[in-house]
Design a protein around this ligand. Structure first.
Ligand code: APR
Length: 236
């Protein structure tokens, strides 16, 4: 493993499941209880903003009741100690990676604790309920919405992610079902550029067959084990 310097890690809802946050798919998943098209599209926000705000206000409130688990902690440790390039790309809109201490992190699907002005595009930190009609702290328009990438919208920071994938020696996917693009395609991009690929997930995912190696189990066990092994063989 000593030939590995540059690492890209993709995380999904599975890494936060053991902290008590619901995943999207599968029994008890958020998309079992809600229709995507009612709460997570630009059309839903235009048609029924109250429903969209209620959904995200509840999810934001849930953040106050949860904490990072050993998988978040292990990635934060890896971030702090890894001497090469490292980027954690999360699809999660919770803030558990940063609360664990991760710094080299980006939220490609947005953040619950951020508000986006639909008029001027400015983002501002947000806590508590948002509801509709809140004014932007920049332009003053009452157009704040959750800073969430809805279905049909472009994920954030794609250029930076593509650059990191092109440089990666190792790509690791943790706790994601591989159902949503473009994140589901990162494994192919990384492989195309010569990276090794590893999947850590509770169940086989839609894209498991695309990875060189897959390990199945709970993230709170698999991630600390993997980080331990990687740091033991870290480059100088
Ligand atoms: N440890 C590891 N993996 C787990 C655990 C766990 N404790 N619990 C669940 N998983 C796995 C499941 O087996 C599943 O493959 O996590 C995955 C979660 O998949 P999804 O619910 O589909 O979540 P995710 O892949 O993050 O969804 C992607 O879809 O709706 C959108 O924008 C939303 O970012 C989200 C995107």
């Amino acid at each position: 493993m000593s030939d590995i310097r540059n690492i890209v890690i993709l995380t999904g809802a599975g890494i936060s499941a053991e902290s008590g946050l619901a995943t999207f798919r599968g029994p008890d998943g958020l998309w079992e209880g809600h229709r995507v098209e009612d709460v997570c599209t630009p059309q839903a926000l235009a048609r029924d903003p109250d429903t969209v705000h209620r959904f995200y206000d509840a999810r934001r409130a849930a953040l106050a009741t949860v904490s990072p688990n050993p998988a978040h902690d292990a990635l934060a440790r890896l971030d702090a100690e890894w001497p090469g390039e490292l980027l954690i790309v999360t699809q999660n809109v919770d803030d558990l990676h940063e609360r664990a201490g991760a710094r080299r992190l980006l939220h490609m699907h947005g953040e619950l604790r951020s508000a986006l002005c639909a008029a001027c595009g400015r983002a501002e930190p947000w806590d508590g309920p948002m509801g509709q009609g809140r004014r932007c702290g920049g332009c003053g328009t009452p157009a704040l919405r959750p800073d969430i990438v809805f279905f049909g919208e472009m994920p954030y920071e794609m250029e930076r992610i593509e650059r990191a994938l092109a440089m990666a020696d190792l790509f690791v996917s943790i706790g994601t079902s591989g159902a949503v693009y473009p994140a589901a395609g990162f494994v192919q991009t990384a492989r195309h550029h010569g990276a090794r690929t590893l999947e850590l997930n509770l169940d086989p995912s839609a894209g498991s067959f695309l990875f060189e190696e897959t390990r199945q189990g709970p993230a709170s066990m698999l991630v600390p084990q993997w980080v331990e092994g990687l740091l033991a063989a870290r480059p100088a």
